[in-house]
Design a protein around this ligand. Structure first.
Ligand code: UDX
Ligand code: ADP
Length: 470
């Protein structure tokens, strides 16, 4: 059988991964009709909003959607119709860490993947290539295949591919336009290879052939977890060193620069910080830990678990620095947190270190004022309520204020904490901030973005991650 020529694509899940990925496919492949579906009506309405008020913030995304929406890019809640029409279906639903039951706190909650898969089996009238896009534990493709094969109609065949997405939020469009690599995993049967060829031909519209890697299904699934675990491991390594720098007077920027200069190490992903966040790193490492334990490899599990533990340590170490520096108590003090997103250039707050910091400050009964350029108020309240299950939202709202600008947020406060590396925080007029703060005025830079010397000259007392005072 010749490889299928893909004319219609369906993407199940209109989130941070499915939305941008399939919008870029539509842009780069005008001959293919791409329909992105989601059960969440509000999300789809936002993707379809006349003024392009999209449900996620991602630089450059609006232009991509503007170029294709209504031409060959469609957003809909009609999941069944999109499944029926497409030759190729991306499954791009959420796979959060399980909160209860077996593997709680570690394993991935696969019920969204399973229900999307069951829907495909239930409504498909002809053969489909089903592509797992969401990050999933190894061998999920196998489970999807079992469900599809057990439920398919005569004459329908399903080929499963793994095609993990490596985009990073904030640079998603750029990452999708020129990916380091596109990874496609398939069964090594002729049918599997043909399906792989069909998907590869979609990417070949803009990705050079040498960057499209084809591997076995399980290698592909494991590679995604491995890539995220190794990136996160670099951050935990540099963060562990930042603690040594603070204790000895060394400077983590200098250490990271010197180490990164070794071409075998490389300079990327060596920026010390208050800790990594985002929907992937922690989840994927915990997945790897769970997998290692299930495979009776406790030493391997312990190794990866430590990457997450170090990250927790880094966050609490930073909160403790704030408390210690503010004369060992922040009770009743006013602290500004600049940034709530897990990194700059996104409105996503999943696993954001800001949430842990604010939780710690609230536990010390400090007053907290938050400003973030992209995260909306509703999201902040939801995250704080989840992080403080013993504190009713009315009480949280008595301790926390949301400010409309960074300058406004800092007025009459004792301390400013940088939790996200938004560019606008570098460009604030820090003299004006200082003039309006309670004295002594403190700045805690958790992202290494400020010119500490300049701030000290203004009069601030400054603490920077990875920089000792000796
Ligand atoms: C990550 C992977 O980079 C991406 O390939 C995968 O598809 C999804 O997970 P993402 O979480 O969107 O992407 O952003 P990333 O840029 O990796 O940052 C993750 C966290 O690490 C952020 O909180 C960021 O601030 C932090 N980080 C990153 C550091 O603290 N130091 C660094 O040097 C780099
Ligand atoms: P990610 O960051 O992995 O893209 P998100 O949570 O941003 O994750 O997006 C996943 C989307 O998948 C959500 O909008 C959710 O409503 C959608 N979704 C989950 N299950 C299904 C399903 N069975 N059918 C359609 N959409 C689904």
């Amino acid at each position: 059988m010749a490889p299928v020529k893909v004319k219609k694509i369906c993407c199940i899940g209109a989130g941070y991964v499915g939305g941008p990925t399939c919008a870029v496919i539509a842009l780069k492949c005008p001959q293919i009709q791409v329909t992105i579906v989601d059960l969440n009506q509000a999300r789809i309405d936002a993707w379809n909003s006349p003024d392009f008020d999209l449900p996620i913030y991602e630089p450059g995304l609006v232009d991509v959607v503007k170029a294709s929406r209504g031409r060959n890019l469609f957003f809909s809640t009609d999941v069944d119709k999109a499944i029926q029409e497409a030759e190729l279906i991306f499954v791009s639903v959420n796979t959060p860490t399980k909160k209860t039951g077996v593997g709680a706190g570690f394993g991935a909650d696969l019920h969204y993947v399973e229900s999307a898969t069951r829907r495909i089996a239930a409504v498909a009238q002809n053969s489909k290539i089903v592509v797992e896009k969401s990050t999933v534990p190894c061998r999920t493709a196998e489970s999807m295949r079992t469900i599809l094969e057990a439920n398919c109609k005569p004459g329908c065949r399903f080929d499963i591919l793994s095609n993990p997405e490596f985009l990073a939020e904030g640079t998603a469009i750029q990452d999708l336009f020129s990916p380091d690599r596109v990874l496609i995993g398939s069964l090594q049967t002729q049918e599997g290879k043909d399906a792989c060829g069909a998907l590869a031909s979609v990417y070949a519209n803009w990705v050079p052939n040498g960057r499209i890697l084809t591997v076995g299904l399980w290698s592909s699934e494991l590679s995604k977890l491995a890539a995220n675990a190794m990136l996160a491991q670099r951050i935990s390594s540099i963060n562990a060193l930042s603690a040594i720098c603070e204790a000895t007077g060394a400077n983590i920027d200098e250490v990271s620069h010197a180490v990164g200069y070794d071409s075998r190490v490389g300079s990327k992903f060596l920026r010390a910080s208050v800790g990594f966040g985002g929907s992937c790193f922690q989840k994927d490492i915990l997945n790897l830990v769970y997998l290692s334990e299930s495979l009776h490899l406790p030493e391997v599990a312990a190794y990866w678990r430590q990457v997450v533990e170090l990250n927790e340590y880094q966050k609490s170490r930073f909160s403790k620095t704030v408390v210690d520096t503010l004369f060992n108590t922040i009770t009743g003090k006013h602290i500004t947190v600049l940034g709530f997103a897990f990194k700059a250039d996104t409105g996503d707050t999943r696993e954001s270190p800001a949430i842990s910091l604010i939780r710690d400050f609230l536990a010390e009964r400090a007053y907290v004022t938050i400003y973030d350029p992209k995260v909306d108020a509703e999201q902040i309240w939801q995250d704080l309520a989840e992080a403080n299950p013993n504190l009713p939202l009315e009480l949280i709202k008595k301790q926390v204020t949301l400010a409309p600008s960074a300058l406004e947020a800092c007025k009459n406060k004792e301390a400013v904490v940088i939790a996200t590396e938004w560019k606008e925080f570098k460009e604030i007029d820090w003299q004006v901030v200082y003039d309006n703060m309670t004295k002594p005025a403190f700045v805690f830079d958790g992202r290494l973005i400020l010119d500490a010397e300049k701030l000290r000259k203004i009069g601030f007392r400054v603490k920077v991650i990875g920089r000792g005072s000796q």
